[in-house]
Design a protein around this ligand. Structure first.
Ligand SMILES: Cc1ncc(COP(=O)(O)O)c(C=O)c1O
Length: 493
């Protein structure tokens, strides 16, 4: 059953001077609210005491009104638990003609003025995002989370919370959390930073949007990886820039191709540790070339390091930010993959001169990040739980990745092209260019699978066809059956 708030006082008014007795007014107001569907079957009604106090009348007319409503079957009493709208009532009928206001119809109004084509003309949701079925991207192994530890830390901060945890807080995030996060990023990601360069945000998506707001003007040219991450493109589009797709090859973003297409771009968006979606790690040569171009062009580098904690064949590679001698890299990270997406905790590491403008924009958007999870995360990192969790998850994903690759080879043959399997929580399998990956993905969605077509990752014409397969939430023992279903779909097409 749908849940609804319990014991909320409905909007009713009584007139003390009216010739209609008070009990009759309360009775009618309740009956109308139930018949019109404002109060729904199963919903708890407030106590007579609360209602009397709210309406400023005695409880006696309320008792009488409730008695009448109970007798007529609009309300039911449950022993020891209160009074509810009767569950046996039929679903509310549409109001009889002329009884209540007709539904609002849009009159003349200004059109949404956003520069983003997505706001003026919102795209339909992609069917492969509709379920958490097999191959779902960006979905961690949630059953492996250390719930006991997490619950203990949350309890620690909620049982007798400090006042500072409940009030308004620093727009950049909790200072203590930023301290431990900065230390983690210096040690394990090779990021050069101090806590006061960090901005805690609601996931990397908000970080990307802030970058667009602060760094871009309408028409600003921005390099984006092709194929690339549609979420980043959508965030940038809010400011109406000119997106310039730059191809990705086996060394990562092709900097020469970018220079040839648009030498004076304002910014570039890159996922150098594990390119999204192809999974390439950007070579050292290309990293230096990108930094050199950015310095000469006066461009910003937006580095999205969304899943680099997980590498299976080598140590994590350090961030481009760590090589930057010119303070032009904006580094973005997230806890969505390493813990769970509903945390909505991500962060930016900013060049010092960008801290104030980013903080100002962040503050105007939502004032400051929610503090409870920051406090729990601060302890989670500081007490060593995070390092332990990462070690455990690396082993879990290594096994899942191995099972998926093995199943793919068994189903499609050893010559199948699998890309980007050395890191992260997804890999790419490519198919013959004639295969309509989007059509297969739509059919797969109908069957409850979550198959992302590679062609959907292109801004321009797709150069490759295939699928981006997530394995984070797919236990190794389920890989074989899921791949067999995938094989049938591909062959059927
Ligand atoms: C490349 C990339 N960047 C950013 C994100 C967004 O993550 P968050 O949940 O932190 O907004 C995702 C999510 O899948 C992603 O794949």
């Amino acid at each position: 059953m749908r849940r609804s708030p319990s014991g909320i006082l409905p909007l009713i008014a009584v007139e003390r001077d009216s010739r209609t007795p008070l009990y009759r007014q309360v009775y009618r107001a309740y009956r109308e609210a139930i018949v019109e569907g404002r109060l729904r079957p199963g919903q708890r009604v407030p106590s007579s005491r609360a209602l009397a106090s709210e309406l400023g009348i005695s409880r006696i007319p309320i008792f009488s009104a409730f008695e009448q409503l109970l007798a007529e079957g609009y309300l039911e009493a449950r022993v020891g638990s209160g009074t509810y709208v009767s569950r046996s009532l039929p679903a509310p009928a549409p109001p009889p003609a002329g009884r209540s206001a007709p539904p609002a119809r849009p009159g003349p109004r200004p059109r949404p003025i956003s520069r983003s084509p997505f706001v003026r003309n919102p795209p339909a949701p992609e069917p492969w995002n509709a379920s958490n079925g097999a191959f779902r991207l960006s979905q961690p192994a949630l059953e492996e989370l250390p719930y006991d530890v997490w619950a203990r830390l949350i309890r620690r901060h909620t049982r007798n919370p400090k006042r500072t945890l409940l009030g308004y807080s620093d727009a950049r995030g909790r200072p203590g959390f930023r301290e431990v996060l900065a230390s983690y990023l210096r040690i394990s990601r090779g990021v050069q930073c101090e806590a006061d360069q960090l901005l805690v945000v609601s996931g990397s998506q908000q970080a990307l949007q802030l970058c667009a707001r602060v760094l871009l003007d309408p028409g600003s040219p921005v390099w984006v990886e092709e194929p690339g991450y549609a979420g980043a493109r959508a965030a940038f589009e809010m400011e109406g820039p000119r997106l310039v797709p730059v191809p990705v090859d086996e060394e990562g973003l092709d900097v020469d191709a970018g220079i040839a297409r648009c030498p004076r771009a304002r910014a570039v968006y890159v996922t150098p540790s594990h390119q999204y979606p192809l999974g390439v790690t950007m070579s050292a040569r290309r990293r230096l070339q990108l930094l050199d171009w950015a310095r000469r062009a006066g461009a910003w580098i937006v580095e999205d390091d969304y899943d680099s904690e997980y590498r299976y064949e080598s140590l994590p590679v350090s961030a481009i930010q760590g090589l930057d001698r010119d303070a032009r890299v904006i580094y973005i990270g997230t806890f969505s993959k390493v813990l769970f997406p509903s945390l909505r905790v991500g962060y930016l590491v900013l060049p010092p001169d960008l801290v104030d403008p980013f903080t100002h924009v962040r503050g105007t958007l939502d004032i400051f990040p929610s503090t409870l999870y920051q406090a729990a995360l601060e302890d989670f990192l500081a007490e060593g739980h995070f390092a332990r969790h990462l070690r455990h998850m690396r082993a879990v994903y290594r096994e899942r990745r191995g099972a998926l690759v093995e199943a793919l080879r068994a189903e499609f043959g050893a010559s199948l092209d699998v890309l980007g399997a050395h890191a992260g929580m997804h890999l790419v399998m490519t198919l013959s260019p004639g295969l309509r990956d989007r059509a297969v993905a739509i059919e797969a969605a109908r069957q409850g699978m979550s198959l992302m077509p590679l062609s959907a990752c292109y801004l321009g014409r797709a150069q490759r066809r295939g699928f981006v397969l997530g394995y984070g939430s797919m236990p190794a023992r389920e890989a074989g059956a899921a791949v067999t279903r995938l094989g049938k779909l591909v062959r059927y097409r």
